[in-house]
Design a protein around this ligand. Structure first.
Ligand code: NDP
Length: 456
């Protein structure tokens, strides 16, 4: 095929939309990646000839299944479960499981697609996948959650395995749910293997896994600031979410001398003018995770704070913005108000929390913008280390794992700058488009492996 015969970006996206009707999150995620990849491969004939991008944008397989369970009142409930195995060119499928009522096939396909690039960026041998269900764990008893998880795993076990596909947690899936699913896998298969990560420390879990995503995102932020000759000390930060990623990101910002002004949940956000210190963050962790409470309750314990119902925190002036809740939580207008209020860095702890308009606002303003596929890769990187420990039946120390996490995040940052700085600009100080850098670096490793395999 001559280079001039290549399908262009608009035609490529038209094809994606046609093949995935109504799957707007999946189309959005491909759009964001494909625009950078088209530029990168325009003079690289083999990627066109072998239709590499077209193939990465088509999951290897999507498994969908019925999950029946019985609630505490003996009602039979029926949910839908999925596992999307996007690409295993460089290692076994790897990616979290999400339990949330807004989970759809489109959401999981977008997450599995993103995960493929993220996992590649870590430098580890991990393919990309994602799974979940529209089950809502909120308001359910422990026994209801247990019965649901067991039923979910009763089907999922056929599709996963320590060399095949290794799921982890995500929204609505924490240590409790992983333990229930691992217990069921072990019962069905009679195998004690590293089939899930994020396990409890007593049964094959790794130290530092819980905090890795949030800490990693802030390490990435620290590396971006360092490259710009700045640091976190004395900066104000607006953080969204109050789950695993948000609370650990907030904790690390405080460790580095920053001041965290907000945390949120799906009902609104809390603004604490005195800042969330380590004790307050620990209260939030306890309240949201163990007591399964609401962030609104914070103001009863710390009355100088104010709760803003049904609102997102992006109008609060800050130096650093760290979205750690969910997809599309920063829209174009939110991005404009962050920039207008003087925000200098946005780092995504969540997956795709900024919509396409928002990303364009940050890029045009040329502020530092760290996309989730790079910035929140610390969690999956630590999961990769949990897999290594399980395979070798060893346990690494906290110090060793903290240091490895730090180095992994530095490696991801460096891979982004390798491809994110325009030709002719200084590699050390020139403006870095981290989105482009992450997309290209993540793509190249997977694409080169696919080229080596031929047409499979
Ligand atoms: P958690 O379930 O621990 O916390 C999620 C937080 O986001 C909660 O505060 C939740 O509020 C809030 N939230 C969820 N949905 C919405 C919504 N529609 N609107 C507003 N707030 C919402 O999840 P995690 O912290 O693990 O995950 C957060 C993000 O980080 C997700 O995008 C996830 O994919 C991503 N991520 C997580 C990794 C991990 O290791 N855990 C790894 C990489 C990325 P509420 O309590 O009200 O539901």
């Amino acid at each position: 095929m001559a280079v001039s015969d290549h399908v262009g970006f608009p035609e490529f996206m038209a094809g994606v939309e046609k093949r995935n009707p109504g799957q707007k999150e999946f189309v959005q995620a491909i759009h964001e990646v494909a625009q950078d990849i088209f530029e990168f491969i325009q003079d690289k004939e083999e990627y066109h000839e072998y239709q590499i991008l077209r193939r990465i944008a088509e999951p290897d397989r999507v498994v969908s299944f019925r999950v029946c369970w019985e609630d505490d009142d003996n009602n039979i409930r029926v949910q839908r479960g999925w596992r999307v195995q996007n690409n295993n060119a460089i290692g076994p499928y790897k990616g979290g499981i999400r339990f949330h009522p807004n989970v759809t096939e489109s959401v999981l396909k977008f997450l599995a697609f993103e995960q493929t690039f993220k996992n590649s960026l870590t430098g580890l041998s991990l393919g990309g996948g994602k799974g979940g269900s529209n089950f809502n764990p909120k308001g359910k008893s422990d026994h209801e959650v247990m019965r649901f998880c067991q039923s979910f795993m009763t089907e999922l076990f056929r599709h996963v395995g320590d060399d095949i596909d290794v799921p982890a947690g995500d929204i609505g899936v924490g240590g409790r749910e992983i333990a229930y699913m691992f217990g069921q896998y072990k019962r069905i298969t009679n195998k004690f293997s590293g089939v899930l990560t994020g396990k409890g420390l007593e049964f094959g879990g790794s130290l530092v896994r819980t905090e890795a995503t949030g800490y990693g995102a802030v390490y990435f932020l620290q590396d971006m600031l360092k490259r710009a000759g700045d640091d976190v000390e004395g900066k104000t930060a607006v953080v969204s979410g109050s789950g695993n990623v948000a609370t650990h990101a907030a904790e690390k910002i405080v460790h580095l001398g920053g001041k965290v002004l907000t945390l949120s949940d799906s009902q609104g956000f809390v603004f604490d003018p005195d800042g969330f210190d380590l004790e307050k963050i620990s209260w939030v962790k306890e309240h949201k995770t163990r007591r399964r409470g609401r962030i609104a309750d914070y103001v009863e314990v710390y009355p100088s704070a104010k709760f803003h119902a049904e609102a997102r925190p992006w109008g609060v002036p800050c130096d650093l913005a760290v979205p750690c809740a969910t997809q599309n939580e920063i829209r174009g207008e939110d991005a404009k108000s962050l920039v207008a209020n003087g925000c200098i860095v946005v780092v995504e702890g969540a997956n795709m929390p900024t919509d396409l308009d928002g990303v364009a606002v940050f890029k045009n303003a040329r502020i530092l913008f760290g996309p989730g596929k790079a910035a929140n890769a610390g969690g999956v990187a630590l999961s990769g280390l949990e897999m290594s420990q399980n395979a070798a039946r060893v346990v690494w120390s906290e110090e060793e794992l903290q240091e490895r996490l730090r180095q992994l995040m530095l490696g991801i940052h460096d891979r982004c700058t390798q491809y994110g700085v325009s030709a002719g600009a200084s590699k050390d100080t020139g403006y870095c488009d981290y989105v482009k850098g992450a997309n290209i670096a993540g793509f190249k490793k997977v694409a080169d492996a696919m080229l080596a395999y031929g047409v499979v």
